[in-house]
Design a protein around this ligand. Structure first.
Ligand code: SF4
Length: 649
């Protein structure tokens, strides 16, 4: 039954009531039936952040196309709405038909950032379900989670009944079948359905595993039953062409982030940036056929009314035939459609592509060199040489852009002050190049703190302390503050530390997350709500050392909390890549070189699906040569640029 009559009374009292009303273009009002599994797909952040999430929209469509499932959506209520809901006894509800969460069978979350973990607990609590899995009754909602953060599920293991690792398109159908049979049999035993879920490939049920510690060290995580897998393998969809979703992207009634048509052009990335978890865990590369991209763009524009399309992936310029697809996209709207290409590499973008993009309005420019010095870029395997970077910057200025953002990480392995100050030098040189084309060129340095992530070669690295990150940030700030045209923004190092606690934490960190939540610590990714002291005090109260979890370098033989999870990557490949990083040795993209046997293809019998046997412009990386130095008088280069947003850190 709909809660709308009660919600209508509350909405005038809260900020942005449009967050809770639904009614988007593409929304489904599914017909619930006792024989169908009812899914509530939740994003544990605000509606504006959560609505565009493509993973959630894909599952929403796939489930609603089935005759044995229905799916609706929920987002974390903002603090004012939560207060009204708790005061009025209103539970978490769907935005589609405003049903209470308790009317569903599964509450499934997308987890894409560690700082939303407390929001997940809050949503479970608002749904009327015990936050700890062990306290749930047979018929309580099943709590599931997917998304990149689930590659280390342990910090959330006490709260989530089942995790789904990797691509969800095929797995969700198999999970639905298990829950459907359980529901039709009367939901008699929660234990039984969890055992059945554990037999679905890619599903991890943490309550079926024993965890053993020796003091602070983790000794083992092993299944308690013979039929439960000792290592849970991620799911990988081999053929993206079989999954042209979302077919009917949601068009919101209010402002949201990434408010445009999004068409995924490929999954996976083998550039091998050593800090980038997304690139490592989504291998191998699987391209969508260019013809299907064109159809999805044309149909999506016609259906949605959008005049902007983002061709999404982890490194869109690497898509075979990108120029033709962009050209066809621009033609769809008779010159009125703009194309954004998030996550472009500076060294893989051609003048032709830039010319296409400029046929419509200019979007902002963000380049992500990630590190200021060539030495540092060799360590992180982001082998962009200065010739390409300055070429891209100068081309952009020469073609009418006036402002750009340069994204960097600080706190990287082996980083020295020389590397930090090289960021300022690089930014100054970019402004200098801009002066040749415009009066007031502007470059914003955006500095993020580095958090080592599971399943990357940097998973063994001890993260910088808050004090060290702060010192480096101020060193750079002081270096560039008198340079006209250069601005600087940075991420709060204390938030970086908390991300670090959750990123590589084990199951004991769940107690900390619960304590922070119980003290009111929701929306921790929002600076006005982030509370560093709550986290450090909760660590201390639970007898857990920040130094042990965050700042300590790990050794090769250490048992890691995610060793019973497989992203397909061989651990010895990652260890060798870590040694190569310390030796400043780059590794070329395996799409166009012999295989390094990382495991991602061999383990799943899938090869890279790319249309072109030759790398795109700039794709042949890793020369090991010290690139050309800064030459502001150099002629306008052949290579251009990157547009859009940063992929990931
Ligand atoms: S298995 Fe080989 S080809 Fe496949 S991603 Fe790993 S290194 Fe590249």
């Amino acid at each position: 039954m709909s809660l709308w009559p009660e919600l209508e009374l509350v909405l005038p009292e809260v900020s942005k009531p449009a967050r809770y009303i639904g009614g988007e273009g593409g929304m489904v009002e599914p017909e619930h039936h006792p024989s169908k599994v009812a899914w509530l797909l939740a994003y544990p952040d605000t509606y504006e952040i959560g609505l565009p999430n493509q993973g959630l929209q894909i599952l929403y469509e796939i489930l609603n196309e089935r005759d044995d499932a229905v799916a609706e959506r929920a987002y974390a209520p903002w603090v004012d709405m939560e207060a009204e809901m708790r005061a009025g006894g209103l539970p978490l509800f769907s935005v589609d038909t405003h049903r209470r969460a308790g009317d569903f069978d599964v509450l499934a979350f997308n987890l894409s950032a560690e700082l939303v973990y407390t929001n997940l607990l809050n949503c479970i609590d608002l749904a009327g379900v015990p936050v700890r899995a062990e306290n749930r009754a047979d018929a309580d909602l099943l709590i599931g989670a997917g998304g990149h953060c689930t590659y280390n599920p342990e910090p959330m293991a006490d709260f989530v009944d089942f995790f789904v690792l990797g691509d969800g398109e095929e797995a969700v159908t198999e999970i639905n079948a298990v829950v459907r049979d359980w529901k039709r049999a009367g939901k008699k035993s929660r234990q039984a359905v969890l055992r059945d879920l554990a037999s679905v490939e890619g599903v991890y049920v943490p309550s079926l595993y024993d965890v053993v510690y020796d003091g602070p060290a983790l000794v083992s995580i092993t299944p308690r039953f013979a039929d439960v897998p000792a290592v849970v393998e991620k799911r990988t969809v081999a053929d993206l062409a079989a999954w042209p979703y979302p077919k009917n992207q949601l068009v919101p009634l209010t402002e949201v982030v990434h408010d445009r048509l999004n068409v995924e052009v490929f999954r996976g990335c083998t550039r091998g940036c050593r800090f980038c978890q997304a690139g490592m865990i989504t291998r191998p590369v699987r391209e969508r056929p260019a013809e299907q991209v064109r159809t999805m763009v044309a149909d999506g524009l016609a259906r949605s009314g959008y005049d902007e399309v983002a061709l999404t992936s982890l490194s869109t310029a690497d898509f075979s035939g990108i120029e033709e697809v962009v050209s066809a996209t621009m033609d769809c709207g008779a010159g009125e459609v703009s194309v954004s290409l998030p996550s472009l590499r500076v060294d893989a973008f051609t003048v032709g592509l830039a010319a296409q993009i400029q046929r419509a309005r200019r979007t902002g420019l963000t380049f992500a060199p990630e590190a200021g010095s060539w030495r540092m870029r060799q360590v992180i395997n982001k082998l962009i040489d200065e010739r390409d970077l300055y070429g891209a910057v100068e081309s952009a200025f020469s073609q009418g852009w006036r402002r750009m953002k340069l994204y960097f990480l600080t706190g990287l392995p082996t980083e020295t002050d020389v590397d930090t100050l090289a960021i300022g030098e690089l930014a100054r040189n970019c402004v200098e190049l801009g002066r040749g084309h415009t009066k007031n060129p502007s470059v914003t340095v955006s500095l993020g703190g580095f958090v080592p992530k599971p399943f990357t070669p940097f998973q063994w690295f001890g993260q910088n302390t808050v004090a060290e990150l702060q010192r480096k940030i101020f060193l750079l700030r002081d270096d560039i503050k008198r340079n006209r045209g250069v601005q600087m923004k940075w991420h709060d190092p204390k938030a970086t530390l908390v991300e670090g606690i959750a990123s590589r934490g084990d199951r004991r960190i769940g107690r900390v997350i619960e304590e922070v939540w119980r003290q009111g610590g929701t929306f921790q990714e929002w600076s006005e709500h982030f509370d560093y002291d709550r986290w450090t005090q909760a660590m201390a109260r639970n007898g857990l050392s920040v130094d042990w979890y965050v700042h300590r370098h790990r050794t090769e033989d250490e048992i890691l909390p995610w060793d019973h999870i497989s992203a397909g990557l061989h651990k010895d490949f990652l260890w060798q890549d870590w040694r190569d990083a310390l030796n400043e040795v780059g590794l070329e993209d395996c799409r166009w070189t012999p295989c390094y046997d990382c495991g991602a293809c061999t383990g799943y019998s899938i090869e890279h699906i790319v249309a072109s046997a030759t790398p795109p412009a700039g794709g042949s990386q890793g020369t090991g040569q010290n690139p050309t130095a800064f030459q502001p008088q150099a002629s306008v280069p052949v290579q251009l640029s990157g547009v859009g947003e940063r992929a990931s850190s």
